[in-house]
Design a binder for this molecule. Structure first.
Ligand SMILES: Nc1ncnc2c1ncn2[C@@H]1O[C@H](COP(=O)(O)OP(=O)(O)OP(=O)(O)O)[C@@H](O)[C@H]1O
Ligand SMILES: [Mg+2]
Length: 285
């Protein structure tokens, strides 16, 4: 059961009914209550096998399905970025903290999620931690705990709870929008020190400033071939920049590369044609 920690033996309620009368001498079953497991529709009663030879106290159950993780589902097809994906994957093989930097709208979050999807098999789990709404650096670890499903009700600190929960397993944490809480750098450094198999991929408009950190400045997406003459790459534009307009057009099922004037004929043209996300990808390639 993916919810268990190393050395912990868990049984479902159904199994408990079958084995209770045949437990070996000294063995008992501790009722851990009803839990919602991510890969099951309903809840399940879970029991822990207890025996004098087994450790008895474990951190909270891991209720995030390690294989499935919690990466946000993309709302549009992912365009290009093959080179960037390879470079970031290689950096994450060497460094335990990689920060994707760049101005708003350049594609940091989208790229980080794509990296997480690509590297899923390298880790026990990939967890996306949205931090855009967090402004107090002291709450970043609590945000990580919330994302992985670690209860913080106990006496220990969030750092302690997370360290116990991650144990010696390999996890990739995607910390998204760290720029307004870079003051959490110290806490994140401690998390990395306490959890030797945890790796962090951060997105931020600025670096965190940790010694262990490697920066990857995210380049703007190249302009599609069919675009009007202009600079070779999109300007490092803000959220309303050309890149975002172009991409958001693609998201709506249009041809992606066409940027019709608002209300212009191309918009009507596209209606009813259905989505062709590949067209955007072809043009952007
Ligand atoms: N490679 C890509 N393929 C398809 N869409 C993309 C790609 N990169 C970015 N986008 C789209 O462009 C928009 C901006 O990207 P994203 O949110 O990743 O930027 P960001 O750098 O994280 O911005 P911010 O600093 O504001 O968080 C989003 O709508 C996103 O889906
Ligand atoms: Mg972002």
């Amino acid at each position: 059961m993916a919810a268990a920690h190393g050395g912990q033996v868990l049984l479902s309620g159904a199994t408990e009914t079958l084995v209770r009368s045949e437990l070996p001498d000294g063995a008992t079953l501790i009722d851990l209550g009803e839990h919602q497991l991510r890969d099951l529709a309903g809840t399940m009663r879970i029991f822990q096998l207890a025996h004098p030879d087994l450790p008895r106290v474990f951190p909270a159950l891991r209720l995030v399905d390690a294989a499935a993780g919690n990466l946000p589902l993309p709302v549009s097809s992912f365009i290009g970025r093959e080179r960037e994906l390879e470079q970031i994957a290689a950096m994450l093989g060497e460094a335990r903290l990689v920060t994707l930097t760049g101005p708003g709208g350049v594609g940091k979050t989208r790229l980080a999620v794509a990296v997480g999807e690509r590297l899923r098999d390298r880790f026990a789990g990939v967890v996306f931690v949205p931090l855009a709404a967090v402004t107090d650096p002291g709450l970043v670890l609590a945000g990580v705990a919330r994302a992985v499903g670690v209860g913080l009700g106990g006496a220990g600190s969030p750092l302690q709870a997370l360290a116990e929960w991650f144990g010696g397993d390999r996890w990739l944490l995607i910390l998204d929008n760290l720029e307004q809480v870079v003051g959490a750098a110290g806490d994140l450094g401690e998390l990395l020190a306490r959890c030797p198999e945890v790796t962090i991929l951060a997105t931020s408009r600025t670096v965190l400033g940790l010694a262990a950190e490697r920066e990857y400045p995210v380049p703007p997406l190249p302009l599609p071939d069919s675009a009007p003459a202009g600079p070779a790459t999109l300007p490092l534009a803000g959220p309303r920049g050309a890149a975002r307009l172009y991409l958001d057009g693609g998201q709506c099922g249009g041809g992606g590369g066409d940027l019709p004037a608002a209300g212009g004929p191309a918009a009507g043209d596209r209606a009813g044609r259905g989505p062709d996300p590949a067209a955007g990808a072809r043009r952007a390639a």
